[in-house]
Ligand binder design. Structure first.
Ligand code: TXA
Ligand code: MG
Length: 341
């Protein structure tokens, strides 16, 4: 593996793309200071040019190299949570290329904790570089949590002379949903803003900086994870509370429909199903693999048993609502509209 990691670092230095594991999801990486390499990520993903990407740095990297006007709170959060699943949005240093920021005057930065990601970042440019990396999936699709998921997404585009030089295999991502994103770029005027909920909760952030991050208002910077439809499988997805789910199952089965089920309670047998652990951590860890598996069984619909709505489940509920949005058109609250199914 260490030879693979070194080869990956050399490929990144040569301007190529390398997919690599992080503790959240797999990333599709490029040298953040090479605009052509960053452009190749957008092309591979089919992602609009104005969506910024996160810069990943090695432990101990200098925030000052990448960011400007850094508030004390950013250093406190880096000390508390890095390496780990927290991305901070800060003002961008003048020397950082436009391409990583989608033209915005800020940069998203994080130091991941997966050992393979850390070794790659340490080998790349002697640990002084930054690797721009979105999740390694086609734009709008479910994020990958294994190397096989990445190969499933990009198929023929992976290989020494292909678009993606290598996929480093680091097993199944532990956290399973993307990093928490907190915007500190307008701290003085807007306070800290939680752009994307994740494993590190708003409460945990508040415990370090003594200020509770707010949810974004309409003027907040764009984050593709805040699009209403995202993380979506190809099969329609609907999320329902347990009682509604039971009656929907009965109705759809009576109509001869093939239902794939992602659940944590005991429910009637169906075409295909995945039972997930009934904890926020266990559910998040296995969620994307379950969505991908249930997308591959030829079902008419994927029904998801809605998790509890309390704060610990915020990240999971956020991803599920967006995964289901394209199918139901309902963004907030429980999704009970399956009349279209
Ligand atoms: O866990 C993660 O964050 C994973 C792994 C690979 O690190 N990466 C990830 O990247 O989820 P991506 O590109 O799929 O999602 C990053 C989100 C996007 O919604 C993007 O718009 C937002 O971060 N973002 C990045 N830089 C930003 C900036 N300067 N201002 C506002 N949002 C930003
Ligand atoms: Mg993504």
């Amino acid at each position: 593996m260490s030879t693979d990691i070194d080869a990956g670092a050399r490929a990144l230095e040569a301007g190529k793309l390398v997919a690599f594991p992080t503790e959240t999801v797999y990333g599709l990486g490029a040298d953040a200071e090479n605009p052509a390499a960053v452009a190749a990520i957008y092309a591979a993903k089919g992602r609009p040019q104005d969506h910024p990407v996160i810069v990943h740095v090695a432990p101990g990297a200098s925030l000052d190299y990448w960011c400007a006007d850094i508030p004390a709170e950013a250093r406190q959060l880096a000390d508390a949570f890095w390496p780990g699943p927290l991305t901070m949005i800060l003002k961008r240093a003048p020397n950082i290329p436009d391409a990583v920021s989608g033209g915005q005057d800020t940069v998203g930065i994080r130091c991941p904790s997966h050992p393979v990601a850390i070794r790659l970042l340490q080998a790349f440019k002697g640990g002084q570089g930054g690797v721009a990396a979105p999740s390694a999936n086609k734009f709008g699709h479910v994020s990958p949590t294994t190397a096989q998921h990445v190969r499933d997404e990009f198929g023929d585009a992976v290989g020494e002379n292909a678009r993606i030089a290598a996929v480093l295999d680091g097993g199944q991502s532990e956290v399973g949903i993307e990093s928490t994103i907190v915007d500190l770029s307008r701290l003085a005027t807007h306070g800290p803003v939680l752009l994307r909920p994740g494993h590190i909760s708003a409460e945990a952030i508040a415990a370090v900086i003594d200020r509770m991050p707010a949810r974004p208002d309409a003027a907040a910077p764009r984050a593709s994870g805040t699009l209403e439809s995202h993380y979506a499988p190809h099969t329609p997805v609907a999320m329902q509370d347990t009682a509604t789910l039971n009656s929907t199952l009965a109705r759809l089965h009576a109509a001869g429909r093939k239902v794939a089920l992602i659940h944590y309670s005991a429910l009637p047998a169906t075409h295909a199903e995945v039972a997930l652990p009934p904890t926020p951590e266990g559910f998040a860890h296995a969620l994307y693999a379950a969505l991908r598996a249930m997308d591959g069984v030829g079902a008419d619909v994927i029904l998801v048993e809605a998790p509890p709505q309390d704060g610990a489940w915020l990240g999971v509920n956020d991803r599920l609502r967006r995964a289901a949005y394209r199918s139901t058109g309902i963004v907030h609250g429980l999704i009970n509209n399956t009349t279209a199914l």
